[in-house]
Structure formats: C-alpha cells, structure tokens
Design a protein around this ligand. Structure first.
Ligand code: NAP
Length: 260
C-alpha cells in the first residue's frame, strides 16, 4: 500500500524548517520515514525536527546551504550515517525575492539561480551515490506553476529557475534511470505558508478567489503529492510533473471564474 511503502525509508528534505518543505517532511514523518530536516538555520531545523519527534516520528535537523557542494555532501553523509542510507531526496529549498526586471541587480538574479537551480543540481549530485544503493531511489523536486505554466510580475528570475528545474529533471531522469532512480516534480500553486500569511487576510482572500476549488492549498497537499512520487507504487513514473493548485491555472480569463 502507498501509505506503507515509506515506512523506515531515509528521506532528506531541503528547506524543511518551514513552509512547504516542513509540510513535505511532516507527511513523510507521519508515514514512518526517517527524515533529515535541512535548512541553513540549524536551530530552526532542529525545532521543526523536534515537532515531528514529539508526534511520534523519526527526524533530526541539519544545517546546510544548498548553494555549496561541500554542504550538500555533508548533508548526504549525515543522512546515511543517521538513517542507514538515502532513499528519497526532496529538493525543495527555494527563495523568491519579488523585484521587477528593471530594478533587479545581477547579484539578485545570481542568488536566485544559485539557490533554486544550482541548489537542485548540487543536492541531487551529492545524493546520487546513496540513492543508487537504495534500490528504490526517488528524487522529488519542488518547482512551481510560476515559470513552467504562468507568469507573475517581479519573478522573471524565479520563473526561470522553476522552469529550469524541469529541464534539469528531464535529462536527470534519463541519466539516473539505469540506477532505477526516478526524478519527478511537484508544481505548487498558492500554498498557505508563514510568508503568505504575513501578507494579511485580504491578500489571502484575493488569492483564494482566483482558485476554482475556492481555497488556497495547504503545505500537506504538496507533501502528499511528493509522497506519491516517492512511493514504491510510483516506481514506473519518471521525468513527470504534477500540478497541485486547486485548478488555479485552468481559467482562460477572469470571466471564466465568474461564470462558474
Ligand atoms: P519558505 O517558507 O520561505 O521556506 C524556505 C525554506 O528553504 C526554509 O526552510 C529556508 O531555511 C530554506 N532555505 C532557503 N535558502 C536555503 C539555502 N540556500 N540552503 C538551504 N536551505 C535554504 O518557502 P516556501 O514558500 O515553503 O517555498 C518552498 C519551495 O516551494 C520553493 O522551492 C518554492 O519555489 C516552492 N513554491 C512555493 C509556493 C508557495 O506558495 N509558497 C508556490 C510554488 C512553489 P533557511 O533560511 O534557514 O535556510
């Protein structure tokens, strides 16, 4: 059974101290996986891991920066030592400073590329030797609807990285197929995170009104999609995307929403 197949598996989630990564890590912990909660802020990672342990799960925190290969190698080593190998990598860490192109510095562009795109590559690269040994190696990338499907002013750099992750995924899934490692991506729509909540109830209400299902997504919605890709049952799916957005990308005009 899908819900059973993650029991005892070793799972790394980058960017797991809060937001979507915390949601993904929590779903895996609840399904009996041993989870390494990764973020740069060690205290935040450990606090999140302790919440999962208090709820009966197996988890610990680790500090690493996805932009550094050395950090990613240490992260992979720590997961292998603590949890007996690596079965699943959720490459989730990402940043999204909103700034329009005309005001954007090359440094901001580089920072977003380094975290979202290079960080995906480096985390995957560091985990390959361990995922090869798993026999059920899985990589799940958190992309976005922004970039691959939609646009949003202020996010040229972000959209480029989220679309770039899918280009990376399609060739990575071919290169890793010989090891039976699958690589897939979840594309979240608007998900309730601490950052989104900080924008206030009016903003949240406006965003929810653009979603045919009528509500914003929860971080666990992304966790369940990641859990599916990571399951034994999804072993014949690779190089694919799953949009989890309550139907947000469907209306072809604002009028289409009004006529529902
Ligand atoms: P968030 O709440 O801001 O959390 C980001 C997480 O990533 C934190 O744990 C942060 O911890 C970590 N992080 C940031 N830079 C890092 C680095 N260089 N190395 C290691 N960890 C790093 O973000 P979120 O909204 O959950 O987004 C998570 C992912 O979902 C991103 O890839 C984003 O593109 C995607 N996404 C989000 C939404 C949404 O609605 N929220 C929609 C579509 C896609 P530290 O700062 O301590 O490192």
């Amino acid at each position: 059974m899908l819900a059973e197949s993650l029991k005892g598996k070793s799972v790394i989630v980058t960017g797991a101290s809060k937001g979507i990564g915390k949601g993904i890590a929590g779903v895996f912990a609840r399904h009996g996986a041993k989870v390494l909660v990764v973020a740069r802020d060690l205290q935040a990672a450990e606090t999140t891991a302790r919440e999962f342990v208090a709820a009966g799960g197996t988890a610990s925190g680790f500090s690493a920066d996805v932009t550094r290969l050395e950090g990613m190698e240490k992260m992979a080593q720590a997961a292998a030592e603590r949890h007996g190998g690596i079965d699943v990598l959720c490459a989730n860490a990402g940043i999204f400073p909103q700034v329009k192109m005309e005001d954007m510095s090359p440094e901001t562009w580089d920072e977003v590329m380094a975290t979202n795109l290079k960080g995906t590559f480096l985390s995957v690269k560091a985990c390959i030797p361990y995922l090869r040994k798993s026999g059920q190696g899985r990589i799940v990338i958190t992309s976005s609807i922004t970039g691959p499907v939609t646009g949003f002013p202020g996010w040229t750099h972000y959209g480029a990285t989220k679309a770039g992750q899918l280009g990376f995924m399609r060739t990575a899934s071919m290169e890793l197929a010989k090891y039976r490692i699958t690589v897939n991506a979840v594309l979240p729509g608007n998900i309730v995170t601490e950052g989104l909540e900080a924008l206030g109830p009016d903003y949240m209400k406006g965003m929810a009104e653009a979603v045919p299902l009528g509500t914003l997504g929860q971080v666990e919605d992304i966790g369940h999609a990641a859990l599916f890709f990571a399951s034994r049952e999804a072993g014949y799916i690779t190089g694919q995307t799953l949009i989890v957005d309550g139907g947000q990308v469907l209306p072809e005009s604002p009028d289409a929403l009004k006529q529902m």
